[in-house]
Unconditional design. Structure first.
Length: 367
């Protein structure tokens, strides 16, 4: 079953050389599928100015570009008009759960630059104060986060493995923690994989080769959770600044970072009666590989504990779309996920995993 992403209308700007579009600040607290509370945030704020430059290299009659834009949420808020400049004929910006910039061009090279300022707050969960009730019904608007998608299958080996991991464990929080720990300890990051990985959870488990990148690792966590009735989802985004834990989790110099290849997928699971709990098994495996550590190393033990319930916000969230269609409908649909820009030149899909060929360049400055 393919997950249906609920959508609102686009703001249409039309032909212009520059435009400033205001994000939907009404979404700053919640979106429809975030109606329940999310994990609480602390006072640790960071502010970044982010610049997204795109210049499509292939020549053609019509070029089209879709760019993921950041969510407004309890843990990150757009603080400025999103400023766009370029040679587009048409520019539209979404106002729904998967914020999107769409631009269409007739000139070559098709070029657009977008700049915004965003403030983040670290997401922290104090589990001593987490009250939840497994007996409650899941809110209807979150039902899709229990459903399978093309890449998040929840039957067969997925359900068998989840039941094996959680055997004898009661409570959604405890079962989610067991699944998270198993994924962190048994999956390995593989730097040879393109992009953030495909994220086909069932195929990974069937292969017995438990390696991949962040989308692969987060998707296995999500699929295992869903298969035993715990609502969960991947969250796609991009690193924008330095991490206090490890350069592998975010790097830069003097507050300036080239984030062109810094896309990163995290995860969340839902506790009924409480809300969304953040986690990031992918970064546990990334730091372990980058720093040549073992699961028993004290740094990995501490990081694994921190990344269950917490997100360091040197990263911004785009969306949680999996196996859905962009709007307007592109040639490639459904799209696996939307962590990278997507473009077509006369219906020829551009390689979004290759910034130099596409081409795009992203920069972040911490203010």
């Amino acid at each position: 079953m393919i997950s249906n992403i609920k959508r609102r209308d686009f703001f249409k700007v039309g032909a212009a050389s520059s435009a400033m579009l205001l994000p939907n600040l009404a979404f700053a607290a919640t979106t429809k599928s975030d109606a329940a509370p999310v994990a609480r945030v602390n006072e640790k704020e960071r502010t970044f100015e982010v610049t997204l430059n795109h210049q499509l290299q292939e020549a053609g009659k019509v070029s089209k570009l879709w760019v993921p834009l950041p969510l407004n949420s309890e843990y990150q808020q757009l603080k400025s008009l999103i400023q766009h400049s370029g040679n587009y004929d048409e520019l539209v910006q979404s106002d729904f759960e998967i914020p999107t910039l769409f631009a269409q061009f007739s000139e070559h090279p098709a070029s657009i630059s977008s700049v915004f300022t965003i403030t983040t707050q670290e997401r922290n969960t104090d589990f001593s104060k987490v009250n939840y009730d497994d007996s409650l019904a899941l809110p209807a608007e979150l039902a899709e986060y229990l459903e399978p998608t093309r890449h998040i299958q929840i039957d067969g080996i997925v359900k068998e493995k989840a039941e094996e991991i959680t055997k004898g464990i009661k409570g959604d929080l405890e079962r989610a923690k067991a699944i998270y720990t198993w994924v962190c300890n048994n999956m390995t990051r593989d730097e040879s994989i393109v992009g953030c990985g495909v994220g086909d959870a069932k195929a990974l488990l069937e292969s017995g080769k438990l390696y991949g990148k962040c989308t692969d690792i987060s998707s296995v966590f999500v699929a295992l959770c869903r298969s035993v009735g715990i609502a969960s989802r991947e969250v796609f985004g991009i690193r924008v600044g330095e991490s206090r834990f490890s350069p592998a989790m975010g790097s830069g110099k003097d507050g300036v970072a080239n984030i062109t290849g810094a896309q990163h997928c995290r995860a969340e699971f839902y506790l009924k009666g409480y809300g969304w709990i953040p986690c990031d098994p992918g970064d546990v495996t990334k730091v372990r590989l980058a720093e040549k550590l073992s699961n028993d190393d004290s740094k990995i033990v501490q990081l694994r504990d921190y990344l269950f319930g917490n997100w360091e916000m040197c990263w911004i969230a785009y969306n949680w779309g999996r196996d859905f269609a962009l709007k307007p409908m592109p040639a490639e649909h459904p799209l696996n996920n939307f962590g990278y820009p997507y473009a077509e030149v006369d219906d020829n899909v551009q390689d979004y995993y290759s910034p130099k060929e596409f081409a795009y360049e992203y920069k972040s400055v911490e203010l």
